[in-house]
Ligand binder design. Structure first.
Ligand SMILES: *Cc1c(COP(=O)(O)O)cnc(C)c1O
Length: 492
């Protein structure tokens, strides 16, 4: 059975179920598998499998303490009837790339891929571990995680969910999706700060022992729906395996051929899942890590120094407006050969000095990654070009990945087939996308959705229809220092 240990090395190992309930480790580290399993099946025997079957096989390989029956129930609950696309994740060729369309779930962003299964994994874990407390999910969001987590956990018995998003830091559609959320156990707060402030605030609450004690009186225990939770991360590995299988089925590659993967990156969860897929044995060559103007990861990959002492920009790809990419800690742990002391040192330096530099051992492992970035004008240009040349509509985040992929190709001459992680429906960022394809400026986000539909004929995801008419149920705007109190009052 694969156990889970903290990246900072100093707490005892847990089962997958235990790690999913805990969310974050007591030493402030993140849980990682003590080994990364090999692909449970060869691609020759996977050919023709449904998404659900691939997901079952991959997630079960990591979470080996779940029985086959349990995993079957989790996967069915997550993927049956909840995605508006043929077999969950279409792989679509447009221009010179293959788009892995991860956004056909309820909230129209790729976060649904993992957040539709996390509530099932978690409630199963609670039973397996005989946990008696009510689970209170705390989530910081740059826009998409919040809604996907709310949708996943709304009215799930034995849970409460609290979401914090940056006030004025998300798109109009994203904001309305969250503040109109129904469900007696859902709690949503806008905070006066950016995503990093929200994420830091949530991490602080997790690490506050006195607060945990106080919360115990309410019968609650905290957990996380952010990608710091290993239960969020592992389900994302499945779609890279599935994407590779689809490229074989479509005759693009033969079993064993190398591909590249390009990922629009914020908190480093999605691209870390691709790295795990590579470690399992999926023939992936380069992992192309694409950032927007907040290019802290590009600089890190190119120099080995992580430095957050820089200006923070609000861009048209807000889900990537992040300076502290939590999941990088997991990669550093693996690349250091599991040196928890070293990782603790680096993360403490990040905390106190706002920067750190990696050693040669870790640096050597980074050669699997290519880092690039793209500004707002280039993002718009990529969307415009893709639409006018291929009639294919991409959102602002996916466009960042596509542009960086183009740069990579120019720079290296590498023409291997490349999967681009397509992370959101263009309708979620309708105002920006309208501008990018040359439509006149619209009055608001909802008018932009209508104009985009009119111009492109692309179907509007069900979850985004009639959003404007939905009742606003969550109106609180709070300061960062009020976050703990907001949590307590929500769950008491
Ligand atoms: C969350 C998000 C990202 C960034 O993904 P990470 O796993 O945080 O790197 C990119 N695009 C969209 C649309 C997102 O919602």
């Amino acid at each position: 059975m694969i156990k889970y240990q903290s990246t900072r090395g100093s707490v005892k190992k847990l089962t997958a179920a235990g790690a999913i309930i805990a969310g974050i480790a007591e030493d402030k580290g993140l849980y990682v598998p003590e080994e990364i399993p090999s692909l449970p099946e060869k691609f020759s025997s996977m050919r023709g499998m449904k998404y659900k079957e691939v997901a079952h096989s991959i997630i079960k390989a990591f979470f080996s303490d779940y029985t086959d029956e349990e995993m079957k129930a989790c996967v069915s609950g997550a993927y049956d009837g909840k995605f508006e696309a043929d077999d969950v994740v279409p792989v679509v060729k447009a221009g010179d790339a293959y788009f892995l369309e991860l956004y056909h779930g309820r909230t129209a962003a790729f976060k649904d891929m993992a957040l539709s299964i996390l509530p099932y994994l978690l409630t199963t874990a609670v039973k397996k571990e005989n946990e008696e407390a009510k689970i209170c999910i705390l989530t910081a969001t740059s826009g998409d995680t919040g809604k996907a987590a709310l949708e996943g956990f709304a009215d799930v018995p034995g849970t409460e969910i609290v979401v914090f998003f940056p006030n004025k830091g998300v798109s109009e559609v994203q904001e309305r999706q969250m503040v109109s959320q129904e469900g007696a156990n859902t709690h949503v707060f806008a905070i006066n700060g950016n995503f990093d402030d929200a994420q830091t605030g949530v991490k602080k609450i997790f690490n506050d022992d006195a607060f945990a004690e106080k919360l115990k009186e309410t019968g609650c225990r905290l957990s996380s729906a952010n990608s710091i939770n290993i239960g969020r991360l592992v389900p994302q590995v499945a779609y890279y395996v599935y994407g590779y299988m689809k490229l074989i089925e479509q005759g693009v590659i033969e079993d064993g051929d190398l591909i590249n993967v390009a990922v629009p990156t914020g908190n480093f969860g999605n691209i870390l899942a691709a790295y795990y897929a590579k470690q399992m044995g999926v023939p992936i060559d380069k992992l192309i890590c694409a950032s927007n103007k907040n290019k802290v990861l590009t600089d890190f990959i190119n120099t080995g120094r992580y430095d957050v002492r820089r200006e923070f920009y609000m861009t048209n790809s807000p889900s990537m407006d992040i300076l502290i990419s939590s999941n990088l800690e997991r990669l550093l742990y693996h690349l250091s050969g599991g040196d928890g002391m070293k990782i603790k040192e680096l993360m403490e330096a990040l905390d106190t000095k706002k920067s750190y530099e990696i050693d040669e051992t870790i640096r050597a492992g980074l050669t699997d990654f290519y880092g690039g970035f793209c500004n707002v004008e280039e993002t718009n240009e990529a969307i415009g070009r893709m639409f006018s040349e291929n009639g294919y509509l991409i959102d602002t985040h996916t466009a960042v990945a596509y542009k960086v992929y183009e740069d990579y190709k120019k720079e290296t001459g590498d023409t291997k087939p490349t999967l681009i992680a397509s992370t959101a429906s263009a309708y979620k960022f309708a105002e920006s996308v309208c501008e990018a394809i040359g439509l006149p400026k619209q009055e608001n986000g909802f008018a932009a959705v209508a104009a985009l539909k009119e111009k492109t004929g692309v179907r509007v995801p069900s979850g985004l229809k009639d959003l404007e008419e939905k009742e606003i149920r969550h109106k609180d705007v709070i300061d960062i220092n009020e976050m703990p109190e907001a949590v307590y009052n929500s769950v008491k």
